[in-house]
Design a protein around this ligand. Structure first.
Ligand code: NAD
Ligand code: DAU
Length: 340
């Protein structure tokens, strides 16, 4: 595992993982393979591009020839697949690209991995389990019951990855992550959106009653969880990665506002997301059995993330004043006008 191809390495979790991995494994060679969509930003790794063991290939994971050529040229022995379309609301507005990248793109990576005998680690999500009732916590053997176009595309990818292990014996592993928060998260997602809106004095659009529950986990703990699976996980297996503790969105909003010294007058309840999953909750004992423990509790993770946005305005201000405005208008203008 010395020659890694990290797809989606310019996105939020991918860039945090590249940074973490190179710090822990400086002998590794890392190729970031990224299409640089609106969510992929070369500057997320600005301070690292001069390293002799890090390089960037700009391309689509659906481009079989380029993926194959890149792996051959760099002697790739491990693909870590972060590349995806990742925002549920975007998947409701325009779902087809989610199938192209998340399903077909993952399939192309599997084909190249099969042809060149490369281990593949796939990054999945707790959303594949659907919304979780009562006190249940999802375990890795639970049935998949995705409910949004995004979650359905991720579930399809998981099943392809597992099928390649069963059918061809491809060495694969999968991690299913909870809601990550932390540095470099594109401001379409709730915690960076609410943090940056609060900093700008703009309203925070809470969908519906705000009592939906999420496990807000620090991206650092996701990175250490993936590392544990790469180093000590069993091939063919799936591992949940989260804190195992969830909070309501209203609690998350409280933490963001108090971390930033803002008050509740900014909160607006707006029209809900269609098909909004009420609760995600995962049991993470299987990952713990590899010796992994999360460092952050969810409250700390959210507060620290909010403060990062306060301290790094130069990262998100150009995003918010650029292409993001068009999406924001489409998603929120009517909701906010009718919100209370
Ligand atoms: P992100 O949207 O911040 O980044 C996605 C990255 O993938 C970007 O760099 C983008 O340019 C790249 N990309 C998109 N389409 C591509 C394509 N066709 N070819 C090559 N590159 C492409 O996403 P994220 O939040 O960092 O999520 C990374 C992975 O983790 C995804 O697979 C996502 O499903 C999963 N995940 C995310 C969370 C979360 O809370 N953000 C939680 C669990 C799992
Ligand atoms: O659970 C893991 C998933 O977490 C990842 O697989 C996805 O890639 C990632 O986007 C995230 O999905 P969510 O839909 O849970 O995250 P999001 O940040 O969009 O929303 C978190 C919660 O906040 C959710 O209940 C919806 C709510 N929300 C979100 C937005 C953007 C609001 O109330 N208002 C908003 O404006």
């Amino acid at each position: 595992m010395n020659n890694l191809l990290i797809t989606g390495g310019c996105g939020f979790i991918g860039s945090n993982f590249v940074r973490y991995w190179l710090a822990q494994h400086p002998e590794s060679r890392v190729v970031v393979y990224d299409k640089l969509t609106y969510a992929g930003r070369k500057e997320n790794l600005q301070d690292l591009w001069d390293l002799p063991n890090l390089s960037l290939v700009v391309g689509d994971i659906g481009d079989l020839d380029l993926v194959r050529r890149t792996c051959q040229e760099h002697g790739t022995d491990l693909i870590v697949n972060f590349a995806a379309e990742t925002h549920v609301d975007q998947s409701i507005l325009g779902p087809l690209v989610f199938t192209d990248t998340n399903v077909r793109g993952t399939h192309v990576l599997l084909e190249v991995a099969r042809e060149l005998c490369i281990r593949l680690h796939h990054i999945s999500t707790d959303e594949v389990y659907g919304h979780i009732r009562d006190e249940h916590q999802s375990v890795e053997t639970d049935e998949l019951a995705p409910r949004s176009p995004y979650a359905a595309s991720k579930a399809a990818a998981d099943q392809l990855v597992q099928a390649y292990h069963i059918t061809y014996g491809l060495p694969v592993t999968i991690t299913r992550g909870a809601n990550n928060v932390g540095p470099y998260q594109y401001p379409e997602k709730a915690v960076p959106l609410f943090s940056t809106n609060a900093i700008l004095g703009e309203p925070l659009p809470v969908y519906g009653d705000g009592k939906q529950m999420r496990d807000y986990a620090h991206v650092y703990d996701h990175c250490t969880g993936i590392e544990a699976v790469l180093l000590r996980g069993n091939v063919g297996e799936v591992y949940n990665v989260g804190t195992g503790r969830e909070m309501t969105n209203l609690e998350m909003v409280d933490i963001v506002l108090s971390a930033l010294g803002k008050d509740h007058s900014l909160v607006r309840h707006v029209a809900d997301r269609p098909g909004h999953d009420r609760r995600y909750s995962m049991n993470v004992d299987k990952l713990r059995s590899l010796g992994w423990e999360p460092k952050y509790d969810p409250r700390q993770a959210v507060a620290e993330a909010a403060r990062w946005y306060a301290e790094n305005r130069s990262w998100w201000e150009p995003i918010r004043s650029g292409e993001f405005r068009e999406y924001y208008e489409k998603q929120y203008a009517e909701r906010l006008a009718e919100g209370r």
